[in-house]
Design a protein around this ligand. Sequence first.
Ligand SMILES: [Fe+2]
Length: 288
Amino acid sequence: MQNKKTYDRATQDVGNILGMEHVNVTVPDQAIASTFYVSGLGLTRDPYMMVGPGNMWVNIGQQQFHLPASEPQVFRGHIGVVVPDLDALQTRLERVQKRLADTAFRWSAKKSYVAVTCPWGNQLRCYAPRPQFGSMTLGLPYIEMPVAPRTARGICQFYQEVMHTPASVLQERGAAVAQVQVGRSQVLRFRETSKAIPAYDGHHIAVYVANFSAPHTFLKRHKLITQESDDHQYRFQAIVHPKTGKLLCELEHEVRSLFHPMYERELVNRNAGQSIFSYQKGQDAFAA
Ligand SMILES: [Fe+2]
């Protein structure tokens, strides 16, 4: 018998960008970074890769922060973070407060998230899991960066036409926001603002794409490729209007194919609730 119910099949579409895997910001002091990202946020240093003082990868669910040692970089906006327990997060942040006292580290509980500033000024918004973030219980669900007035529409078109992924322009609190779908439960957000936007300092994000060559064809034709890294990866930095070529904003994208050896790499995540005083045997690993 024919089912009379109708469905919006477009809600189940996934575009060309399948995932944002990492946010890369350089840090000048690994001990301070470790205090913040590992002890404070409760995340896990990658035990297999970048294990020396020159770089540190910090796992957060299926995503990572990449933290090479250098002058500090600051993402111009904020990074959405999902952690399993906001109360436990605040307890950990209180514990590292003293050790990070001479840095830009700050945090405060807001109505629906905990606002956290890293020791060098990166803004994070930490949320408990919620339907908006799909099944994510630990991870990076979104980034949101400020962009100049009257650029959101063009940014949306760039991701639709060049990156071949769904995007739309939303009106939120009086501002246009270009929202780009990434896989099932991540988004890139570009919020228009009339306020001054700091100069771009070279931080980057990494994304995996199903169709690797189509964006490359456009980007190469417009001389926007900044690095031909290897067989599986290239980079670009300029987000331009696909018709006019006008520069709309800058954010380096490390674009990876699904043949990249690190695609779907299993990342080690720990149970941040373990402590020497209340140790639970067999509970070391993070349970989603
Ligand atoms: Fe990277």
